[in-house]
Design a protein around this ligand. Structure first.
Ligand code: DSN
Length: 414
């Protein structure tokens, strides 16, 4: 693969190869990343990228969309089947755009909506003051409780009743606990609000039957590249009554020509998620995360909320006497990739916060299970206990590489 690129542009080729080698030789423990299949990657790298297709299947503004229409329809049909949804829009380019489209469809500028606070695990687009969502809409935030570091649904209901938002957003990017989407729906509907679920992180777990479903939500969106393991992109699923405003908000509201090569890759990923090996994969992601949380806690590292119910762990690096930045940088030097993160009731800056977030979707894709997780947890602990020790980091990096070679990735890119 990549032969033409190699011949034509060695600069780009060399950098691509270095990145492939980094992914092969290191442990990706960033919970929002994954390793897509070669079939998904191939679909993205096709001449479908050349085609403009503003509009929707059979309602395009350009000619030449006979096969593009079939591809987009296939992606729509597979998404509807996979999620048992009334309606699917497969055009959003990214999670942020999908959320923007939903707000555009359901809210007017200045309207009140409610989302999880960023430092408690919410996403930037759930109303952070530095994001369009916080600037254009009157966003009220809920969070976790100080003692449990979990959502208290009774308090959430009280806040919703007091504030009366037009829309309630459930979902998070750094919340290690199961989300009760049905409870969110009830809370929203009791006050006449719309419930929008952002299931981007946990979508695979939901499809795998190891996390509560968001099917009662009025609108669900998800990115397609995290636990779903498809291309870097997003989709919106909704009840029929919201289909028209959602479609109008995506196009012509926000986007122009959809990326049909990415839509083709989404169709491939949706099919993969319907194959028999997908559910066991999701079950193993969750088992691996639980095993990792246990090793870390056994090693006296404070894990936010005392564990995990999903694919991610949020640890408090200050319990090791370091910051999230120091810890995540030291782990990177040992070939273990994760990200620094704020923790609930954060006292530090987002640039050098207290937390480190890590997850198991990518290493589970490689086939790693509890035995490997035990070893990885010990390596993580050693590095975090002694982050300045260059010899130790080099030694662990070599061990990480050896382990990764036992669970190889992308043989096609040798
Ligand atoms: N950047 C993603 C994450 O890491 O959770 C969310 O957009």
């Amino acid at each position: 693969m990549l032969e033409s690129l190699k011949k034509q542009d060695t600069v780009v080729y060399d950098l691509v190869q270095k990145e492939i080698t980094r992914q092969k030789d290191g442990l990706c423990m960033i919970p929002s990343e994954n390793h897509a299949s070669v079939a998904v990657l191939e679909a993205m790298g096709t001449p479908l990228s050349n085609k403009y297709a503003e509009g929707y299947p059979s309602k395009r503004y350009y000619t030449g969309n006979e096969f593009i229409d079939q591809i987009e329809n296939l992606a729509i049909e597979r998404a509807k089947k996979l999620f048992n949804a009334d309606h699917a829009n497969v055009q959003p380019n990214a999670g942020s755009t999908a959320n923007q489209a939903i707000y555009f469809a359901m809210l007017d500028v200045g309207d009140k909506a409610m989302g999880m606070d960023l430092s408690h695990g919410g996403h930037l687009t759930h109303g952070s003051p530095v994001n369009f969502s916080g600037k254009l809409y009157n966003m009220v935030h809920y969070g976790v409780e100080k003692d449990t570091e979990k959502i208290d649904y009774d308090k959430l209901a009280e806040l919703a009743d007091k504030e009366k938002p037009k829309m309630i957003i459930s979902g998070a990017t750094a919340y290690p606990r199961e989300i009760d989407f049905d409870r969110f729906t009830k809370i929203a509907h009791d006050i006449g609000a719309v419930h929008m679920a952002d299931v981007s992180h946990i979508v695979g777990l939901i499809l795998g039957g190891v996390h509560k479903d968001s099917k009662t939500a009025d609108i669900t969106m998800t990115t397609t590249h995290k636990t779903l393991r498809g291309p870097r992109s997003a989709i919106i699923l909704c009840k029929e009554e919201f289909a028209k405003p959602i479609d109008k908000a995506v196009f012509p509201g926000l986007q122009g020509g959809p990326m049909e090569h990415i839509i083709a890759a989404k169709a491939v990923a949706f099919q993969e998620a319907m194959e028999p090996d997908f559910k066991p994969y999701q079950t193993q992601i969750k088992k691996n995360a639980a095993a990792l949380a246990k090793v870390l806690m056994d090693n006296k590292i404070r894990v936010v909320s005392g564990g995990t119910d999903n694919h991610l762990i949020l640890m408090d690096a200050t319990s090791m006497g370091i910051t999230g930045k120091i810890g995540s940088t030291a782990l990177e030097e040992a070939g273990i990739y994760c990200n620094r993160n704020t923790i609930p009731f954060e006292q530090r800056s987002p640039f050098d916060p207290s937390g480190i977030r890590m997850g198991t979707p990518s290493i589970t894709t490689r086939g790693m299970k509890e035995d490997e997780i035990g070893q990885i947890g010990e390596w993580i602990t050693s590095v975090l206990k002694d982050p300045e020790n260059s010899g130790l980091k080099e030694e662990i990096k070599e061990k990480v590489k050896k382990l990764c070679n036992e669970f190889p990735l992308y043989k096609e890119f040798e």
